[in-house]
Design a protein around this ligand. Sequence first.
Ligand code: COA
Ligand code: ZN
Length: 306
Amino acid sequence: MSLPKAVTIFEMGPRDGLQNECEIIATDDKVRYIDLLSETGLRWIEATSFVSPQAIPQLADAAEVYARIRKAPGVRYPVLVPNMKGYERARAAGADAIAVFTAASEEFTRRNIGMTIDQSLEIFRDVVAAAKRDGVWARGYISTAFGSPFGDVVTPAMVARLAFELMEMGCDELSIGDTIGVAVPGQIDELIPLLLWRVPIESVAMHFHDTRGTALTNVYAALRHGIAKFDSSAGGLGGCPYAPGATGNVGTEDVLYLLHQSGIETGVDLAKVRRASRFIAGVVGHGLTSKAFQAMEAADARAAVS
Ligand code: COA
Ligand code: ZN
């Protein structure tokens, strides 16, 4: 067993995280949060999404957020787009990296974006073609890759078919999502070899939610297959508002702790990520679920009273 020597972290907090917060967060706070994350050594920060403001009111200020964040050298700020309208809005705001998103579950896709899976692929074919023409980097998400919140069956073969189609249309990278946090390592072991049959390993990222506490074990299972890109959310903020009961992404602090203690480099400063998490915890007004974040907070609280 040889684990990768270095791993790339793709930060989800400002998009997957914030889209699940009920109270509308001020644009100033979103900008400050992303600026703090830009100081951590993270090289990929999903900044916002140019979806319908009726679908996700929280991110209706996408253009303003994107315009105002400090674009740190060496950091990319992809944005989520559901269709050509979103792509055009993202480009008008200056975005040079986008992400399209479909799902392995037919029912989830219908509720999330009002389309069948095949319709979504048709729309993304045009979006990704436009991105290629414009020199824009493109990522393709496959949500609910390990289970649907609505009980319809999702198989590894269905995920692999979507992966091949997204790569064929020109995506630079795929992110395979356990949107509702149901996956266990055996499923990772089954899916990844199937994907790697046609998709280069450096184009595969894994995206785990920690709803049932299995996210970090799934990260480790994927590492053992040589996967070296993971999505995570500072503090563990997040979830998808269209997936009932979904909770946040695996915490960036948790993944960093696991990787760094295992001798795997990320280039990301854990203490600085914690600073960004602390800031956003104060804004959203509730605790954060990342265990590593909680442990650091508790250690500081103990130090303060002793
Ligand atoms: N940005 C802004 N407005 C958009 C838009 C976009 N990307 N796409 C569509 N709209 C607007 C249309 O202009 C139209 O506005 P109008 O009523 O003022 O004319 C309205 O939204 C409806 O457009 P329509 O094309 O019929 O879309 P829809 O209602 O079927 O919604 C999506 C389809 C994909 C746009 C919508 O479901 C969506 O944005 N989903 C995203 C969900 C999400 O982000 N989930 C979290 C990720 S896991
Ligand atoms: Zn997610």
